[in-house]
Design a protein around this ligand. Structure first.
Ligand code: LLP
Length: 421
């Protein structure tokens, strides 16, 4: 459920008309709903209920500080994957003991910054990384709290580019080698083991792969405890999918996911962390665009929008489906048409949808890409020197630009010309 509904014939974000936002700041633009962000965070928080837990929002999904502040204000922690995300979370006022630091390639500079600024834990992905963290911690006269990310060799049954839990993926330590690596961690002077981490992939539409992974983690917890390790925290990652297509069967709900966590690892008495990104932000954001031209091609009709692959890369990158709807509510019995929906960028990959049936629209009309809140703005680029797409946050009848559209001068003036030119 989200808060993008038609009212008086116009699509609204909560109580604000998207037509008004477009008139004020132009298109393309991302628009987020605070109420949807809030609702989705709470669903997770409540799903873990009485278990000691922290929901660490995977801020890679949508990392504007206004979004981070909205979620942190509800009690969210953050899952960060780079020094930049760490700095951004801190700038948004997130307390260091609510930040978990993930990623296969943490540099020593990133590790140092997080240890100096404070961090809840590092989710460690390899032995060389463990070694590096220990050395940096010792140099700073401290110890680093860590979980080890184990790779459970579970098929997440999702798109290959976002599956992470199979042994061929670059992520984590093979679960079969976990005891060995934990033993090494225990010997390292700068390391304090606090738990286990697992994340098997993103946009999972079934619970079964989670169940397989969590059962393996439960078993490993008992084994490691028997080996003398103090396992008090289980970070179970993110990955719960969202419905991108109206017609799709609904993916599992956070409530059922919470029940699964309770059933598989609840008896261990560990503090539970989860790292949802997409389910919190995905349906809390839309990409607003305008039709520039309707072009009649050979046997097909192109809808050429002012949004492009640089603003929303998911269709080009993962063949992802986003519902695309007119901002003006189609009248009962309206005409429908079949379009190839494309952007203005100079390559055929700049296609959002092929042979998509939707209500007929005309040049100048506004459309909205639904479910674009996660992995939308954060993956945008300035390809074709198109200004980085702006963002707007709505709350009730308030709205605010939370990232302004840069001017051409802003973009161009970032280049510096060497003295010999
Ligand atoms: N934790 C870890 C360690 C992750 O790698 C990810 C996502 C998450 C949590 C959050 O997963 P979520 O709840 O959002 O599924 N750009 C792709 C998705 C990449 C996901 C990367 N890792 C897309 O647009 O589909």
């Amino acid at each position: 459920m989200d808060h993008f509904l038609y009212r008086n014939g116009v699509l609204h974000a909560e109580d604000v008309s998207l037509a008004e936002i477009a008139a004020e700041i132009g298109t393309p633009a991302y628009v987020y709903s605070s109420a949807t962000l809030t609702r989705h965070f709470r669903l997770f928080d409540e799903a873990l209920g009485d278990m000691p837990h922290l929901v660490c929002y995977a801020m890679k999904a949508a990392s504007n500080q206004a979004i981070l502040k909205t979620l942190a204000g509800l009690g969210a922690g953050m899952d960060v994957v780079s020094g930049g995300e760490y700095a951004r979370a801190r700038a948004a006022g997130v307390a260091p003991d609510r930040i978990v630091f993930a990623g296969v390639g943490k540099t020593r500079a990133e590790i140092r910054a997080a240890l100096e600024g404070g961090v809840r834990q590092f989710n460690v992905e390899s032995e060389p990384e463990l070694q590096a963290i220990s050395e940096v911690a010792v140099a700073l006269g401290t110890t680093a709290p860590v979980t080890l990310r184990v790779n459970p060799d579970v098929d997440a049954k999702t798109h290959a580019k976002i599956a992470t839990g199979k042994s061929e993926n670059k992520f984590g330590v093979p679960i079969a080698r976990a005891r060995e690596v934990y033993a090494e961690a225990a010997r390292l002077p700068g390391i304090a083991v606090v738990g286990i981490d697992v994340h098997i992939g993103s946009q999972l539409t079934e619970l079964a792969p989670f169940e397989g992974a969590f059962r393996k983690v439960a078993e490993l917890t008992e084994t490691l405890r028997a080996d003398g390790h103090d396992i008090t925290r289980l970070d179970l990652g993110g990955g719960l999918g969202i419905p991108y297509r109206n017609s799709n069967a609904a993916p599992p709900l956070p409530f059922d996911y919470g029940a699964l966590i309770r059933r598989t690892v609840g008896h261990l008495g560990c503090e539970i962390e989860i790292e949802p990104g997409r389910l919190i932000a995905g349906n809390a954001g839309i990409l607003l665009a305008r039709v520039i031209y309707v072009k009649e091609g050979e046997g097909r009709r192109f809808l050429i929008l002012d949004a492009a692959m640089n603003d929303l890369i998911r269709p080009a990158m993962y063949d992802a489906w986003h519902d695309i709807v007119p901002v003006t509510e189609p009248a009962p019995g309206h005409e429908r048409s079949v379009y190839d929906i494309v952007g203005p960028v100079c390559e055929s990959g700049d296609t959002f949808a092929r042979a998509r049936e939707m209500p007929e629209v005309a040049a100048g009309d506004l459309v909205a890409f639904r479910s674009a809140g996660a992995y939308g703005a954060v993956m945008a680029s300035e390809y074709n020197t198109r200004p980085l797409v702006p963002e707007v946050l709505v709350k009730g009848d308030h709205h605010a630009v939370i990232r302004a559209r840069p001017s051409f001068d802003d973009i161009i003036s970032r280049d510096t010309i060497p003295h010999w030119l």
